[in-house]
Design a protein around this ligand. Structure first.
Ligand SMILES: NC(=O)c1ccc[n+]([C@@H]2O[C@H](COP(=O)([O-])OP(=O)(O)OC[C@H]3O[C@@H](n4cnc5c(N)ncnc54)[C@H](OP(=O)(O)O)[C@@H]3O)[C@@H](O)[C@H]2O)c1
Length: 303
């Protein structure tokens, strides 16, 4: 299949584009620079130079594809505005020609809010913290767009680890630089997590699936506390398991509203993807493989 991926230089998007190419698909990836375009070439992904704010730069490339996957995100004030604009462009384009198409939207498990000890699956109503309230509306818009020849799916990844590291790279970074992995709050909360390659495999299966108007959680079965993860990251980085607890107020100065997400206590059930996509996450959780993930982070961050 011809598949278009936005955010193809990003943590999730690059893994997804690469996995789709390895699965034999002809993949076109939206990137913002020639340098990033060259890196995509090495993954056998064909670069499309453009930006979310200039839909004309990618509309035609997207129209030539039967699967459209949105993984781009700009973490600025216009984050949600660009997200919505990209959804609208891709959906309108997909409808225009009437050709059968699938649109896959990347959301996240933060839309569930605090889940406490009991796990939630896709049937649970969203209870989003302020920073992802709009994301729920975008999910809804994507699911409502399903109809006729256009099928739509939403993927809700947990906190992604492995490779370049995403949020988990902050633990390695702080442990290396300051001798202690930095944790926001007390660290007794649990993050729902997923290895980046397991997540990419879920997208491949979703892209090849016949499903429509479905939401899929993408989390592994690990249940480590944030403190346990940070201690493991600290040990892996040679900081002897030391952690530094940072107050939410102090962290907000660096991370803004994302801090709300860091403090969530979540347990998510991803068995729907196991049943409907034949998917199985193969990685056992961040804390168990922290040494490997540290080496991978170091290699990708050029340390
Ligand atoms: N990482 C996680 O743990 C996680 C978990 C759940 C959900 N998510 C969601 O997944 C999505 C992707 O996250 P990520 O971790 O992969 O983020 P990321 O690594 O920051 O990647 C973002 C991608 O979007 C591209 N981009 C940014 N602004 C753009 C613009 N104006 N036009 C075109 N492309 C633009 C970036 O390009 P450049 O390379 O040029 O910057 C990059 O390819 C986000 O919506 C995020 O909320 C992430």
């Amino acid at each position: 299949m011809k598949i278009f991926v936005t955010g193809a230089s990003g943590y999730i998007g690059q893994a997804v584009a690469g996995a789709l190419a390895r699965a034999g698909h002809e993949v076109f990836g939206l990137v913002r620079s020639r340098e990033k375009a060259a890196a995509l070439g090495a993954l056998e992904v064909r670069p499309v130079l453009g930006t979310m704010e200039e839909p004309d730069t990618y509309r035609e490339a997207a129209l030539g594809c039967s699967v459209l996957i949105h993984c781009a995100a700009e973490y600025t004030r216009r984050y949600m505005e660009l997200d919505r604009g990209t959804i609208d462009t891709l959906v309108a384009g997909a409808r225009e020609t009437g050709r059968p198409r699938l649109f896959i939207y990347t959301s996240g498990v933060w839309v569930y809010g605090n889940t406490g000890q009991g796990s939630v699956d896709e049937a649970a109503p969203p209870n989003p913290p302020a920073m992802v309230v709009q994301r729920v509306a975008h999910e809804e818009a994507v699911l409502q767009a399903d109809g006729g020849n256009l099928r739509t799916l939403v993927v809700r990844p947990g906190c992604v680890y492995g490779g370049r590291g995403g949020l988990t790279s902050g633990w390695f970074e702080s442990a290396l630089a300051g001798g202690a992995a930095r944790v926001v709050g007390e660290g007794q909360n649990r993050w729902a997590m997923i290895h980046v390659e397991d997540l990419a495999d879920l997208y491949v299966r979703a892209a090849q699936s016949p499903w429509r108007r479905e939401v899929f959680n993408a989390t592994d079965r690990s249940r480590f506390t944030v403190l346990e993860c940070a201690r493991a990251a600290s040990r892996a980085a040679g900081a002897d398991g030391k952690v530094e607890l940072v107050s939410a107020e102090a962290a907000a100065q660096q991370f803004g509203p994302m801090v709300e997400g860091f403090l969530l206590d979540q347990h998510c059930d991803s068995r729907k993807a196991v049943r409907m996509l034949g998917w199985q996450p193969c990685h056992g959780g961040f804390a168990d493989g922290a040494e490997r993930y540290f080496e991978a982070w170091k290699a990708t961050a050029g340390r």
